[in-house]
Design a protein around this ligand. Structure first.
Ligand code: DP6
Length: 325
């Protein structure tokens, strides 16, 4: 028997961050989170289960992968095989359309695409909710990439009730993200390690959990009322709170470098000139500027004058998981 399926999933950037797990094996987060799926960056993945294979193989951008990335991927295939009750090996071929130097997390789009293609090739017909639960087991943020536009990952407290759902798939707000790459190197501390260290050692962790619940309610209200300023204000503040957990951990650490802080300062200064721009940062030094389309050209001009060497990309809201066959 041979069975193939291909799927595409886009990456997402959290406006209300996920930073810590209450169950590490099942990837159940301590807080609910909310993100915007982006059109610009995505992963295409083809999975082929074949009786003739004697092992799983994983090709990323046409290169055979070995080591931790391959192991994580094969562990995920095992989950799919368990659900489908098969024991056939598979070949995975993924192409990442996240520019290699973009410094953006690709695990969200990668595991969302793999959940889609892998489950279908294994003969499963999963609902989007079940796909989100499955993608979550690969990387938490992947749960949100099953959906387009604004997507909320409801934390839940077990495997069955921790999944993402769409808040608004066809985004009505004028919102774009300018990704500013200050450093394209791999992150030194993975998000998986960083978040648990913050959870275990920051004295402010419980405050973060409490604040995140309030931020989420306010963020959903901002989306419903099309209030860009409220959305941006909340997103920037939530990101800074997440990063303050890392600074206050023991030992403290940060994903920021000098350029991150300089760009953050530039974004805050733009607002003083009546240009509505807000910043969000994840497990790396790069900055994503949340802006309205009418301002993106001006913002990029100002940014390029101050930092001629940074790489900049504009992303718009994107759609959820799609099958390519
Ligand atoms: C800062 O989803 O990469 O981007 O579940 O351990 O794979 P694991 O972590 P991951 O963490 C993402 C952290 C973040 C915030 C977010 O996307 O919500």
């Amino acid at each position: 028997m041979q069975s193939t399926s291909s799927a595409r999933a886009h990456t997402n950037i959290a406006l209300i961050k996920y930073w810590g797990k209450k169950n590490q094996e099942l990837i159940i987060p301590t807080t609910s989170s909310l993100s915007l799926t982006l059109d610009r960056f995505y992963t295409d993945t083809k999975v082929t289960f074949d009786d003739k294979l004697t092992a799983d193989t994983f090709y990323l951008n046409h290169q055979q992968m070995v080591g931790p990335i391959a192991d994580k991927t094969f562990a995920f295939l095992k989950l799919i095989r368990q659900q489908a009750q098969i024991d056939t090996f598979a070949t995975i071929e993924s192409i990442n359309h996240v520019p290699t130097a973009a410094g953006l997390a690709s695990s969200a789009s990668a595991f969302a695409a793999l959940a889609g293609a892998g489950s279908k090739a294994a003969g499963l017909t999963l609902t989007k909710q079940a796909l989100s639960r499955l993608a979550r087991r690969g990387s938490g943020s992947a749960a949100r990439s099953i959906f387009g536009g604004f997507s909320e990952w409801h934390a839940g407290d077990n495997d069955l009730n921790s999944f993402a759902h769409p808040i608004q798939e066809n985004v009505t707000m004028d919102i774009q993200m300018i990704t500013v790459v200050v450093d394209a190197h791999e992150k030194k501390i993975t998000s998986r390690m960083g978040m648990q260290h913050a959870l275990l050692t920051s004295p402010f962790y419980q405050t973060w959990v409490n604040e995140a619940a309030k931020d989420l309610v306010a963020m959903k209200a901002a989306i419903v009322s099309n209030d860009f300023k409220a959305l941006g204000t909340l997103a920037e503040n939530n990101a800074l709170q997440m990063h303050s957990l890392n600074l206050s951990a023991k030992p403290g650490f940060t994903y920021f470098n000098g350029s991150t802080l300089e760009i953050l300062d530039l974004v805050q200064n733009l607002r003083k000139q009546q240009i509505l721009a807000f910043a969000t940062m994840d497990a790396g030094p790069n900055v994503k500027i949340i802006a309205q389309s009418k301002d993106t050209a001006t913002i990029i001009d100002i940014l390029k004058q101050a930092f001629p060497h940074v790489q900049v990309e504009i992303a718009k809201p994107g759609h959820g998981l799609i099958y390519l066959d």
